[in-house]
Ligand binder design. Structure first.
Ligand code: C5P
Length: 233
């Protein structure tokens, strides 16, 4: 179902802002992302509200800590009843593997899918090479981290559309590839650097795209949302 491929990022602070957008997007909206801004403001209250609205939820908190802390944090996120959570692949193999092992042992809870952030879509080759001092291209590095995530047992990764093709080819059809940095007009990047159109992202192999400001800051959020749905239908 095409609507379930488009995850709308609710990068807001108040419940009123969330309610307004949910009303504007109506029943076409199936999947939302709650990130740090909203969760740190409203916590589980906003998750309960969105679940009542029958929406699927990607809780994007990018967990990155020592294995014991990360696995227990993710256990608490699973108990909220969300559908997708994420950790940071730079936490390493053991952190990711301990998280997924504990999730797989859950009894009486439908565990969420667990994916790993590779490199933020705001990071450029220049950031990687010069600022962080890491050699090689972002694409090679993202693929390496995606392979590490799969070998640790994770369900997928967050990566930009620009790496989706190589990840899909290398890691198979069932691996989730969730791509933020999506723009109808790729000249309009805001703070993102590795961007693509929704259609290209899906054609390159993304299982889901994340759209934030392209919808939330549009003069008509519902028109922008429908344009995105149409472009990938
Ligand atoms: O407004 P925009 O479409 O750029 O929002 C992208 C969303 O995806 C934001 O909520 C951001 O936190 C999130 N995200 C990202 N890059 C990642 C992981 C998450 O942009 N690698």
């Amino acid at each position: 179902m095409v609507n379930e491929k488009v995850i709308v990022a609710l990068d807001f602070t108040t419940k009123q802002q969330v309610e307004d957008l949910v009303i504007k997007l109506g029943t076409d909206l199936k999947y939302v992302k709650v990130g740090m801004q909203l969760f740190y403001s409203l916590g589980s209250e906003i998750i309960e509200y969105l679940l009542e609205k029958d929406l699927k939820i990607f809780l994007d908190l990018k967990v990155h800590d020592i294995p014991n802390t990360a696995q227990n944090a993710c256990l608490n996120l699973a108990k909220l009843g969300v559908h997708l959570i994420n950790v940071h692949s730079l936490g390493g193999f053991k952190m990711m593997n301990d998280v997924i092992t504990m999730q797989n042992e859950l009894i009486g809870i439908n565990r969420p899918k667990v994916i790993a952030v590779t490199h933020l879509t705001s990071t450029s080759d220049q950031d990687l090479n010069q600022t962080l001092g890491v050699k090689g291209s972002i694409e090679d590095h993202v693929l390496k981290l995606a392979k590490l995530s799969q070998s640790a047992g994770l369900d997928g990764v967050v990566a930009s559309a620009l790496e989706a093709k190589v990840i899909r080819k290398s890691l198979g059809e069932n691996f989730l590839i969730v791509t933020p940095g999506v723009r109808l007009n790729t000249a309009n990047t805001h703070d993102q650097t590795r961007v693509a159109t929704p259609r290209d992202a899906i054609n390159f192999g993304a299982s889901h795209i994340v759209v934030g400001r392209e919808v939330t800051k549009a003069p008509s959020p519902s028109a922008a949302f429908n344009k995105i749905l149409d472009s990938i239908s």
